[in-house]
Design a protein around this ligand. Sequence first.
Ligand code: 3PG
Ligand code: MG
Length: 390
Amino acid sequence: MSIKRMADLDLSGKRVLIRQDLNVPVKDGKVTSDIRIRASIPTIEQALGKGAGVILMSHLGRPVEGEYNTEYSLRPVADRLAELLGQPVRLEKQWLDGVVVNPGEVVLCENVRFNAGEKKNHAELGRKMAALCDIFVMDAFGTAHRAQASTHSVAQYAPTACAGPLLAKELDALGQALDNPKRPLMAIVGGSKVSTKLTVLESLSKKVDQLIVGGGIANTFIAAMGFNVGKSLYEEDLIAQAKKLIAEAKVAGGEIPIPVDVICAKEFSETAAATVKNVADVADDDMILDIGPQTAAQYAQQISSAGTIVWNGPVGVFEIAQFGAGTQSLAEAIADSSAFSIAGGGDTLAAIDKYGIKEKISYTSTGGGAFLEFLEGKELPAVAILRNKA
Ligand code: 3PG
Ligand code: MG
């Protein structure tokens, strides 16, 4: 890879701007899963060790652009970073017009998505970010599939742009693992964003031996098989696509199984009563919020005989106890399996954390969408710009 790497550059006395993916779940002002923050620490320590003044950028969630919103503040992230680094991390609310940073210091810029033009990759915004530094380090693998001002435009205008150690490690590890996977190759793709994962599903359905779908995605497949999904989250206009995917998987010798039983509730809440139902018995006022025990056992069985497992997305609303059993059972089956397992995605990492199986996953990626686009074989735009620069 003809990309400059941070490890090869002289950072001494330099202002080093590092784009990280510190987009982590936050509840009541506290970080609830810090895997991404912990993954960013070695990069920061390496830059500090080389004598740099470190300026960090990240997004958090999807706030309305152009306005500050406490709910999406990086404050909890700054606090956790400071704890892990054992040194102060100064959170700067106003940073676009300049940041003072001395060698050995760490400054965290408030949520990049509070700036108008971030998501549209505005050149002017990228120029301002670039002006903060001598060297720009792209280390946010989890956001490398986004061409946004803080991942793309900034790299274009920075005096020097390079890949950080985390980004480099992710690209190397995933590339190696997927080059020649041990079969059967199984992918588990869950989560609520059906339409956003369609191209990934298209590509995976042709490559893998088994594709297990979960969450809102599974509901669309359940509907495609002619079952009632009641009030469940699903996408009616994607039913035809789902049918096509099932057919394509068959042609390629694979399969996309549909849950035989599901966990339903009448409302989406922490106190909702959970009922196990056969997939054919879902009522008009039901919401499917997890896979049922029989389905979980069947998937666990398939997982146990896989050679390689790629996991992105929970299969149920695991944040709520009574809808978490399906995801927990899958997580434990993956942990117990002898397959080479790769997991990625914000919710997936949170589930891995929750069920305490991190040590039993062969490789945990900090990427969600980026991880999936990498699996699809797409070049990530934030990596492409580094290549162009080099
Ligand atoms: C993620 O969690 O998937 C990344 O941080 C990217 O976030 P986004 O999907 O809001 O761009
Ligand atoms: Mg995401």
